[in-house]
Ligand binder design. Structure first.
Ligand code: SAM
Length: 326
């Protein structure tokens, strides 16, 4: 079948699938404290999800990342991973999680064919962790990391959102923590994705991270870095791996964007900062067959903007990150 390519010649090979907009954390930059969730019947069923992924795989999507909300709170997540891995054309499934439920699910996910996990970890300080996540327990996340390593969901990568005044002094410690355990780290600029978060106060460009003495001691910042997908990879001075730097705001990578997002309620979300989407759920529930779905996905992909535009204001967003899936 004809590959899925947008107006700017970017082939779409990667789909991030939010399986729920529920989460057992309330991270300050991601979701409002009293976020409203979709009702169960608004959320895609496993058969609807696999139908959409099957159609997209036939158009060249080969990598799926499960996200949310917290993907591990979706009942039957390991079964879903198994179902998606069985779809022709899907070469890799991965998952982004806060890790707290991994002790319960890591083995089942591995058995279902999940390749690896990215784990969100912004601080190694239990009190700060509680504050950032709205009540989460660091010890549970640490147990989850151990479970992922034990079950071989590797390479485990930590995702750390850099926040001025909150965790900028901890980044070097997070590099050490990760490299001692054979994990990768990716530092991510905080994006204005949620109504009501004082984003301007906490935003810190990656360039400033690279200028910190404790980072320069550990990372070969002089290298220009390999432009990969969305991240710049720089080697550690110790020779024990690399660190990723993701700068969606200060150094965008839109020309290399190969991804689309599917929200839990079945909207194909075209570009992270843009509130632009098309409901595939409504199409399926309205009786669209595979051909109809394919046509709609192609039409939607045509609308993918050339570059993501951040408004730098979090006011009035229709969807917070928790609804889109990171
Ligand atoms: N609950 C899972 C987790 O904690 O990893 C998956 C969903 S979460 C929305 C996915 C990723 O998005 C996390 O790594 C989170 O840190 C990141 N994220 C959420 N809001 C963000 C923001 N405003 N800026 C940058 N990253 C953000």
């Amino acid at each position: 079948m004809k590959p899925l390519v947008d107006r700017f010649g970017r082939a779409i090979t990667y789909l991030r699938v939010s399986v729920t907009d529920r989460c057992n954390h309330r991270c300050n930059y991601c979701s409002r404290p009293q976020e409203k969730h979709r009702e169960r019947n608004q959320v895609l069923s496993f058969s609807e999800l696999t139908e959409i992924i099957t159609v997209m795989a036939s158009m060249g999507v080969e990598k799926i990342r499960f996200t949310g909300g917290e993907p591990l709170v979706r009942k039957g997540i390991a079964e879903l991973v198994g179902m998606v891995n069985a779809i022709e054309g899907i070469r890799e499934t991965t998952l982004t999680t806060n890790a707290t439920l991994l002790p319960r699910f890591a083995r089942r996910l591995k058995e279902a064919g999940l390749k690896r996990v990215n784990i969100s970890m912004d601080t190694l300080d239990a009190e700060k962790f509680r504050l950032i996540t709205g009540g989460g327990r660091l010890s549970l996340a640490l147990e989850g990391i151990e479970a992922a390593l034990r079950e071989g969901l590797v390479p485990v990568k930590l995702n750390t959102v850099v926040m001025r005044g909150i965790n900028e002094d901890e980044l070097a410690g997070i590099i050490d923590f990760a490299s001692e355990r054979g994990m990768g780290v990716r530092f991510i600029e905080c994006m204005p994705m949620r109504d009501g978060f004082d984003w301007k106060r906490h935003y810190m460009p990656i360039q400033e991270v690279l200028e910190r003495e404790d980072i320069k001691e550990r990372v070969v910042v002089e290298e220009r870095g390999e432009p990969g997908g969305a991240e710049h990879m720089l080697p550690l001075r110790s020779g024990r791996g690399r660190v990723g730097f993701i700068s969606p705001l200060s150094n965008r990578f839109c020309e290399r964007c190969n991804r689309l997002r599917l929200t839990a309620d079945g909207r194909l979300h075209l570009c992270l900062p843009a509130d632009m989407d098309v409901s595939l759920r409504d199409a399926i529930r309205g009786g669209a067959d595979r051909q109809g779905l394919e046509a709609l996905i192609r039409k939607a992909t045509e609308m993918k903007p050339e570059a993501g535009v951040y408004t730098f204001s979090t006011e009035g967003r229709k969807k917070s990150m928790i609804h889109i899936g990171g």
